[in-house]
Ligand binder design. Structure first.
Ligand SMILES: CCC(=O)SCCNC(=O)CCNC(=O)[C@H](O)C(C)(C)COP(=O)(O)OP(=O)(O)OC[C@H]1O[C@@H](n2cnc3c(N)ncnc32)[C@H](O)[C@@H]1OP(=O)(O)O
Length: 642
């Protein structure tokens, strides 16, 4: 009797939980090791688990050199497609190996060694990927900072990661402006306590950055006379990169990714989750500054011997809403991965999908969505117009790859709108009540994952083991607390509904309202404040601020609002999209002084809410509703439902 593919998934998932060492030990055969591991899963220091302890390998070798040696030297490794500069450039695996080895040699000459940190502050150009892989080649630990962050955020990361070197570029290109990186880099270094020894700057034709003598080196000068560097053997458990993500305060969390477990897990996902074969063209339309960029623009496709697209553009406006389909046709992309917000932008400009029909998408097989909750309308629109499986999957910066999804390479489960389908191999997903009991199927609770987490997930936070324990492993002992709330239905489908903390998701970007409140509080006229995330048709959520002014301040409200908006842009960056704020007399609080942000958000989004039993002064809520109405929110608010 032949086994159905659904049974295959069931067996695979069950085995990955009952025999993780056997399961991932087999998956690790797909990776090239210099020395095999002593232990697949080391639990001797649980809850700090380590994968492939004793194993020695090099991630860059697995991403590049091994493919050249196996005959893929002439296959494109990277296609750089930049509608904002009108450039299309192809780099073969052989060329890529040579560029990476030479740049690694240049960094080595500047003193970068195994274990050193290197911060990359780069736009979406191939040099960003070259620099990432060059770090991996040397065993140096890269930390990529998204270009939409302001100098203050970069400075915070400099102080935490303490890099020896920064690699940057003269500018990024947004559709409406050139973003000069170098003044921001200089400002960040000025603000930071930790100063890097050197900076390498890639000068783009659109902008020439001024270099600081003795500290900054032009990318091309750094390469002159450099000796190509070999791959440095690293322990499987050595860090490959640090990627910062929003915490509940202004201090972001440095998620660590190791080398061995990461390579094993990501290679596995390409076949089992994405159903992509070596040699095919895979495109994650994101940014290397996010985990999607790390995992699915860079490491997973390269580990799998795919061609990856580095796309410097936006879903609309560069130049039109057909840019995704043009790119798929031009490069014969089989699989696209992007955030739902990108599709909402396209749908808004091309509601009938007319641009899709203009291109030949014959070889296009699947669309994957992640980064925020996929709204059913957008997903159905994509299904209807693309006529391929559209798969929502759920994961986080911390996890590095999908917790829950639809494993296209094993079995395509029927799609249920609003659900990220089933847990992937290695993920023992549970919905828990605060007393650790499991919620009945269909009931909402805290989504947690029973330890150990599979390979490729965060082993800790950079220099912050205690924060790692407190943030993820303390409230639900024996489990990883995802910070998401949701439920599992009778068929085992996972539904993610909301966050359990103050993190909001703006256009697929994870942001802390607490960090924004810290910025607002620093304004000289602000006595207290609150920031909430309100629903937005395009971006999913956008932040909205309330400020209470200090006694005696009598400047116009509009002036102060303008200043606080600018302050957040200057301190966090344009990516926060903090453009809406209002001055109020007072904030609604509980009798113990806790601001009722959840209630304010419900009023803004015109949702029913219950009058909190602990509210100090119920009369404040109508004041909040009136203030929200001035910004176009809470339009149909008529008061509390109960
Ligand atoms: C699964 C694990 C994860 O969640 S990893 C994270 C996954 N998330 C993603 O991949 C992000 C998906 N979102 C996007 O790619 C963009 O938001 C898309 C959809 C392309 C829209 O871009 P855009 O039109 O620029 O809007 P936005 O909200 O991103 O930008 C807000 C303001 O920030 C700016 N910005 C953006 N990127 C940069 C950059 N690299 N450098 C400098 N500035 C940047 C934008 O220009 C915009 O500025 P402004 O407010 O209009 O002046």
């Amino acid at each position: 009797m032949t086994q159905s593919s659904a049974e295959l998934y069931n067996q695979m998932h069950a085995r990955s939980l009952s025999d993780p060492a056997g399961f991932w030990g087999e998956a690790a055969e797909e990776i090239s090791w210099i020395k095999r591991w002593d232990t697949v899963l080391d639990d001797s220091k649980a809850p700090f688990y380590r994968w492939f302890k004793g194993g020695v390998m090099n991630t860059a070798y697995n991403c590049i050199d091994r493919h050249v040696e196996a005959g893929r030297g002439d296959q494109p490794a990277i296609i750089y497609d930049s509608p904002v500069t009108g450039t299309v450039e192809t780099i073969t695996y052989r060329e890529f190996r040579d560029q990476v080895a030479l740049f690694a040699g240049a960094m080595k000459r500047l003193g970068v060694e195994k274990g050193d940190r290197v911060i990359l502050y780069m736009p979406m150009i191939p040099q960003a990927v070259v620099a990432m892989l060059a770090c991996a080649r040397l065993g140096a630990v890269h930390s990529v900072v998204f270009g939409g962050f302001a100098p203050h955020e970069l400075a915070t990361r400099l102080n935490d990661a303490k890099p020896r070197l920064i690699v940057s570029a003269s500018c990024g290109i947004e559709p409406n402006r050139i973003v000069k990186y170098k003044p921001m880099l200089d400002a960040a270094i000025e603000q930071a306590e930790h100063k890097p020894e050197r900076c390498i700057v890639y000068q783009r034709p659109q902008e020439t950055a001024e270099l600081v003598a003795g500290r900054d080196v032009d990318w091309n000068d750094a390469l002159k006379g450099a000796v190509p560097a070999d791959c440095v053997p690293v322990e499987a458990t050595d860090p490959l990169y640090i990627l910062y993500t929003s915490g509940t305060t202004g201090q972001p969390k440095g998620v660590i990714r190791d080398n061995g477990g990461h390579a094993v897990a990501l290679k596995w996902t390409m076949k089992h989750i994405y159903n992509v074969k070596p040699g095919e063209v895979y495109w994650a339309a994101s940014d290397v500054g996010w985990v999607v960029g790390h995992s699915y623009i860079v490491y997973a496709p390269l580990l799998n011997g795919n061609t990856t697209i580095v796309f410097e553009g936006k879903p609309v406006g560069t130049p039109d809403p057909g840019t995704f389909w043009r790119t798929i046709e031009r490069h014969k992309v089989t699989t696209l991965f992007t955030a739902p917000t990108a599709f909402r932008a396209i749908k808004r400009e091309d509601p009938n999908g007319e641009w899709i029909g203009k291109f030949d998408l014959t070889g296009f097989r699947a669309l994957f969505l992640a980064g925020e909750r996929s709204d059913p309308d957008t997903l159905q629109w994509a299904e209807e117009h693309l006529k391929v499986p559209v798969i929502d999957h759920w994961w986080q910066t911390e996890t590095g790859w999908a917790i829950s999804g639809n494993p296209l390479g094993v079995h395509l489960f029927p799609i249920k709108y609003g659900s990220a389908t089933r847990p992937m191999a290695g993920w023992d997903v549970r919905v828990l009540a605060p007393d650790l009991s499991e919620m009945p199927r269909g009931d909402i609770g805290a989504i947690c994952v029973k330890l150990p987490l599979p390979p490729g997930t965060l082993p800790s936070l950079w220099g912050a083991d205690e924060r790692f324990l407190k943030s993820y492993l303390t409230d639900y002992p024996g489990y990883y607390q995802t910070g998401d709330a949701g439920f599992i239905d009778d068929d085992g489908y996972v539904y993610i509904m909301s966050r359990t903390d103050d993190i909001i998701n703006v256009a697929g970007h994870r942001l802390s309202t607490g960090a924004m409140e810290e910025v607002l509080s620093s304004h000289k006229d602000v006595a207290e404040c609150a920031v909430i995330g309100v629903a937005d048709d395009l971006k999913g959520q956008v932040p909205l601020g309330f400020v209470v002014l200090k006694m005696g301040v009598n400047r116009p409200d509009a002036e102060i609002v303008k200043e606080v908006v600018q302050l957040v842009r200057d301190q966090i960056g344009p990516v926060a999209d903090f453009k809406r704020a209002v001055v109020v007399e007072r904030l609604p609080k509980t009798r113990s002084g806790k601001i009722l942000r959840g209630t304010m958000q419900k009023i803004a989004d015109c949702q029913d809410y219950k009058m909190p039993a602990t509210i100090d002064d119920p009369a404040i809520l109508p004041e909040i509703a009136d203030a929200l109405k001035t910004l176009g929110y809470a339009k149909s608010h008529e008061g509390a439902a109960a």
